[in-house]
Design a protein around this ligand. Structure first.
Ligand code: BGC
Length: 787
């Protein structure tokens, strides 16, 4: 039946690409019609588990030698773009020999077509390559870094940015992105906090699912859809001491309550691949964790895609100390459920001998290969291995005006206004468009490369608008002077005098402070989250000089940052502080839009801002403890030398207008654990300008059989309001929202009272209550026990 799939030797070498593939696909199709005896379109519903994808995988697998199978489980980087410790790159010869199923960091329509042509025309089985890349927050049109994106609390924006990234990436021949990164991070020292949605599992879950939908679209086979990778599975963000790649000392309960929810949300949203994480949990590195990769991911969450290792993650089982040699590392990883190996080539180099010697079951190789082939089929690669990549599409898609406009819009939403004091009778921000002169101080103001942030491989600094450029465009009638101030990674202070002078001569001062784009991201942890270099000294010198002259002119601080920064002095001593993170190519324009008040800020912190590094980890959903902090009681949970409260809480963010909350109602004061309820609240724009508020709902199960966080986010909505306008915002709370893991780790709703808070941050005080009556309702049985 499958004769059409037999290799045809040299004959195919002389046939044109399209014809070859048409012939190949035709043979699959014939087989499928025989097997399924029903129209193909009718069985191809959910792409990853479609019968058609399965049957293509079945039919190809049957033809493969063991070496070809191991080739399909091997992914290598291209020679000129390595995003980890240097490894051997794959090349055309390996593709021809069927030793390579996937690449990373190989892109560009022309290049990709060349490599793909060799795979589908010159390899024995003509199996198309799968081409992946870290398209993390945009391809060429770089959007705000993921932490900034989370500050929008706007899942539609996250999906839109992901979709736009997919348009550009697919035009450049890519099929697969290593995003979204959904690691919850509560330690701001960890550099990779910038890559995720921050500290909260609920916000993280919403953003994770939205990005998966944005990348993959409704149909993975569409030439504009890109396969998503949910990473890093799991709990990588819990790195001890915030040091990258470190162990993660957490309990099963923390794993399920805090770290896994965004992964589960992304799996349920249909993500096609997962990436194992570098860290270990309880002595087992994720790359060897069969419980995590198989029992939880595949069995409990019904994940149908495949798992890829992280860069040399399989090889790293040796330094982890759980494999004495590379063959053991390969066996352990594949056995655990790592289907494809990225960068190290231990599967390809060792497993054939292991299988032949009976030390490793062929069936496990086969099932991994089947999963990889099935995803390739779901992407439509067997139908069109080029998926429409072309230089024409590149020209049309890349950095098109509509994409830049979307980037600017989303960047505006990401900016968080932390403080805005009244100066000379008016709030310091927005700046008046009539401002005669403005001193812009700080080397970052001129640093367009930094606006792109980490993982912006195809981003170009010449495409990016710096803060200074954005301001010059927005304020054409203002005399803008620029003083670089101090460098970020030395304590040289020689530029301070010039900055002080510029500040003295201007009507308003803008300090642009924070981190360079490469000071967060992978392998960029910092032991201190204070302002790097002599920036604090610079800010202090400027503010003191201005105030010493008796001037009350506004001195505004804008942060560029990939993590929360401890800035207590700035918060107390400047007129206003805004967080601009790294906003991508439109950074300067979007920031200027906000600074001059073309739009009100609406971003909210997706992560708590501590007062000092010593408070880390600090997060709003902490436990109460038996001795919650009490200023009047010495023997309570606090520090001698710092307040226990953060500088700015999760969810905080001001607008140029004000919002008032009132009239909170719960649709039922008593309900059963299987019931849902609605909580409503009136949100009023009580100020004088239009603005958008992120209304937030927090919940606590007041007394349960296990301790609960003091409150947890369970809903948020962006509400655009004109001055004086009131809107009733409704939140629906379902059993899943009221549920928790009980002592047996079952997911249950327990009877008892609940408190709900509504407001504009996690410090909201407007509250209401309801009671769950009746029996415990079990929503899910306990997860498999970690062995
Ligand atoms: C990172 C991953 C990334 C991979 C490929 C690794 O070092 O941890 O997040 O996807 O490299 O570039």
């Amino acid at each position: 039946m499958l004769t059409g799939m037999r290799p045809k030797g040299n004959r195919l070498l002389v046939t044109g690409p399209v014809r070859v593939h048409t012939a190949l696909v035709r043979s699959f199709v014939v087989a499928l019609v025989f097997l399924a005896s029903m129209p193909i379109a009718a069985v191809a519903q959910t792409p990853l588990i479609s019968k058609r994808a399965n049957r293509i995988a079945d039919s190809v697998l049957k033809l493969m030698t063991l070496d070809e199978k191991l080739g399909q489980l091997t992914q290598t980087p291209s020679a000129n773009d390595q995003t980890g410790p240097t490894v051997d790159a794959g090349g055309l010869q390996q593709i021809r020999a069927g030793k390579l199923g996937a690449f990373l960091n190989l892109m560009g329509a022309d290049v990709v077509r060349k490599f793909q042509r060799v795979a589908v025309e010159e390899s024995r089985l003509h199996i198309p390559l799968l081409l992946g890349y870290d398209v993390i927050h945009g391809m060429r049109t770089i959007f705000p870094v993921p932490l900034a994106m989370a500050a929008t609390f706007d899942s539609a924006a996250a999906a839109r940015a992901a979709h736009i990234a997919a348009l550009e990436a697919t035009a450049m021949g890519l099929h697969w992105t290593f995003a979204p990164m959904v690691d919850i991070a509560r330690d701001a020292r960890w550099g990779r906090i910038v890559e995720g949605a921050g500290e909260d599992p609920y916000l993280g879950s919403v953003m994770a699912a939205a990005q998966v939908r944005g990348f993959q679209g409704d149909n993975l086979a569409s030439p504009t859809s890109i396969l998503a990778t949910v990473k890093h599975f799991a709990a990588y963000g819990g790195a001890e001491g915030g040091r990258d790649y470190n162990i993660v000392p957490i309990s099963d309960r923390q794993l399920f309550e805090v770290y896994l929810p965004p992964f589960e949300a992304a799996a349920r949203a249909g993500a096609g691949t997962f990436m194992a994480s570098f860290n270990e949990i309880s002595g087992t590195p994720s790359h060897a964790n069969d419980w995590l990769l198989t029992d939880v991911l595949r069995k409990r969450w019904s994940f149908a895609g495949f798992v890829v290792s992280d860069w040399t993650g399989v090889l790293e089982l040796m330094p982890h100390g759980i494999a004495a040699d590379s063959a053991t590392a390969a066996r352990r990883a594949l056995h655990a459920g790592v289907d494809m190996e990225m960068s190290s080539m231990l599967y390809r180099n060792t497993l054939a001998a292991e299988v032949k010697a009976g030390r490793f079951p062929l069936a496990l190789v086969d099932s991994a290969v089947h999963r990889v082939l099935r995803v390739k089929a779901a992407l439509g690669l067997f139908d069109d291995p080029y998926r429409g990549a072309s230089a024409d599409r590149e020209r049309k898609e890349i950095l098109s005006a509509d994409k830049r406009a979307a980037a600017r819009e989303i960047a505006r939403e990401s900016i968080v206004l932390l403080t805005n004091n009244v100066v000379n009778g008016a709030p310091a921000l927005p700046l008046s468009r009539e401002l005669r002169s403005l001193a812009v101080i700080g080397t970052l103001a001129d640093d367009s490369a930094s606006t792109l942030g980490s993982w912006s491989g195809q981003g170009r600094k010449e495409d990016a608008i710096s803060v200074l450029t954005g301001l010059r465009r927005a304020l054409p009638n203002t005399r803008i002077t620029f003083a670089r101030g101090v460098p970020l990674d030395s304590i040289r202070t020689s530029g301070i005098a010039e900055a002080v002078q510029a500040a003295g001569a201007a009507d308003a001062v803008l300090l642009v402070l924070g981190e360079r784009g490469d000071m967060s991201g992978e392998a960029s942890s910092r032991a201190s989250i204070e302002l790097p270099g002599a920036q604090l000294e610079l800010a202090q010198a400027v503010v003191r000089a201005v105030r010493a002259g008796g001037s009350s002119k506004p001195v505004i601080a804008v942060l560029m940052n990939g993590r929360p920064l401890a800035i207590p002095w700035l918060a107390d001593s400047t007129s206003a502080v805004a967080v601009s993170w790294f906003l991508g190519v439109e950074h300067g324009n979007a920031l200027a839009d906000i600074l001059i008040g073309a739009e009100s800020p609406s971003g909210k912190l997706p992560v708590t801002f501590p007062r000092a590094t010593g408070q880390v980890p600090i997060y709003y959903a902490h436990k109460n403890t038996g001795r919650p902090a009490d200023a009047n009681n010495h023997y309570t949970s606090k520090y001698l030398d710092l307040p226990w409260t953060p500088l700015f809480p999760f969810g905080h963010g001001l607008s140029y207008t004000t919002f008032a909350y009132g009239n909170v109602k719960v649709s039922r004061e008593k309900l059963r654990g299987s019931d849902s309820l609605t909580v409503s609240v009136d949100v009023t724009n009580s100020g004088k300008r239009a603005g958008t508020e992120v209304a937030q709902l927090y919940l606590r199960d007041d007394a349960a059989t296990v301790t609960r966080p003091v409150r947890e986010l369970r809903g948020f909505q962006r509400v655009a309001l004109q001055p004086g306008e009131t809107r009733t915002v409704r939140f629906s709370l379902k059993p899943q929202d009221l549920a928790m893991y009980d002592r047996e780790m079952r997911r249950v709703v327990e009877p008892g009272t609940f408190t709900v808070w509504l407001g504009g941050s996690s410090a909201a005080t407007l509250e209401s209550h309801f009671t769950v009556t009746g029996d415990v309702v079990v929503l899910a049985k306990a997860p498999p026990v970690f062995r």
